[in-house]
Design a protein around this ligand. Sequence first.
Ligand SMILES: NC(=O)c1ccc[n+]([C@@H]2O[C@H](COP(=O)([O-])OP(=O)(O)OC[C@H]3O[C@@H](n4cnc5c(N)ncnc54)[C@H](OP(=O)(O)O)[C@@H]3O)[C@@H](O)[C@H]2O)c1
Length: 374
Amino acid sequence: MSSEQITAAASGSWRLGDLTVNRVGLGAMRLAQHGEALTADAVPMDRARAVAVLRRAVELGVNHIDTAAFYFSPLRSANELINRALAPYPDDLVIATKVGPARDSSGEWLPPATPGQLRGQVEENLRQLGRDHLDVVNLRVTAPGSVAEHFGALAELREAGLIRHLGLSAVGPDQLAEAQAIAPVVCVQNSYGIGVRPGQDDFVRACGEQGVAFVPFFAIAAAGREAGASGADSDAVLNVARELGVSAAQVRLAWTLHRGPHVLAIPGTGDPDHLVANVAAGALRLPAAQRAAPGASTGGGEPATGGRPAACGEPGLPRQAARLLRVVADEPGRVGDGRRARSLGRHRPEEPRLSPAQVLRATVGGTRAARSAG
Ligand SMILES: NC(=O)c1ccc[n+]([C@@H]2O[C@H](COP(=O)([O-])OP(=O)(O)OC[C@H]3O[C@@H](n4cnc5c(N)ncnc54)[C@H](OP(=O)(O)O)[C@@H]3O)[C@@H](O)[C@H]2O)c1
């Protein structure tokens, strides 16, 4: 099976409240411009290209798109592009947006919304997307401290039927707990990945234990943040990618997905080939034995035996590469031309059926990884 034939269903699914999404989705922040996002002088994306990416994503089974009204360049708005490309929307499509931050019409940042201004931001999203209600609205928090007033305002809009489900973005455990006392929270969207805020490992796991989806951003872009992926990855990541015949970006995405079945990927891209590769990354699997190893990443809903999930900072990666990144590419969901991939039959991440006899592991020697990345 080629990458083009792998659909987002291969990544498994998760429920956001009563809405089921495939675990690999799409972030829309990259669709409005070429290069760095959220700058006033961004170079607008060709509309036909952005529309094609969105339509191809849906063809590939993507049914979770992350967006925001403040994702725009001088000539393109992510919400407008989504509306243009996908309306009338497929029944199973879940569009998650976020409110809080604000930009003026020329793209300069404004002070974040007050609780009273959130209704206007929700209505702006409704207008741009052409919807009567929003599937998921994340409160994008911009300062430490209480989220109660802002989240309470969104909870009222949920009660009023403008919003189906609520989430939080850029928060910690205390803010999640505070919000949950006000209304159900279906997802937390924080920056996270290999080399991106490894201190969040416990929070990622805690979200899963509470049935809250964890939706990492900057999993590929990492330190490049809004500027995007730099293409500069550590030798450890590159070694794993080389072993598997996949790209570093695919290793990064697969790694986040293996942190637990509640982790949803929303890779951002305006490149049709990258879209295909990102969807295919959802088919990469860690064998159960490696998931359970001390310090290994958790996956498939199984708790790590031997302690907390390993720290995942880039500096720590060399030590952990052998344990963390024993990635198996299964033939039906294989990505790229992984030389060592073997056919394992169809399986879902929550139902691992990986037999040692069937699996030829593509491993990275810890010593080699440590030496090359050290
Ligand atoms: N809640 C928040 O505060 C927040 C903040 C930032 C982002 N987000 C959301 O999260 C989504 C993901 O974040 P992101 O877009 O900033 O970063 P990302 O998904 O980590 O990475 C995107 C960058 O990686 C490149 N890329 C994507 N797929 C690739 C591939 N297969 N191979 C090589 N390069 C690849 C993209 O360039 P190409 O376009 O050339 O592929 C872009 O430069 C956003 O789109 C947005 O919806 C939320």
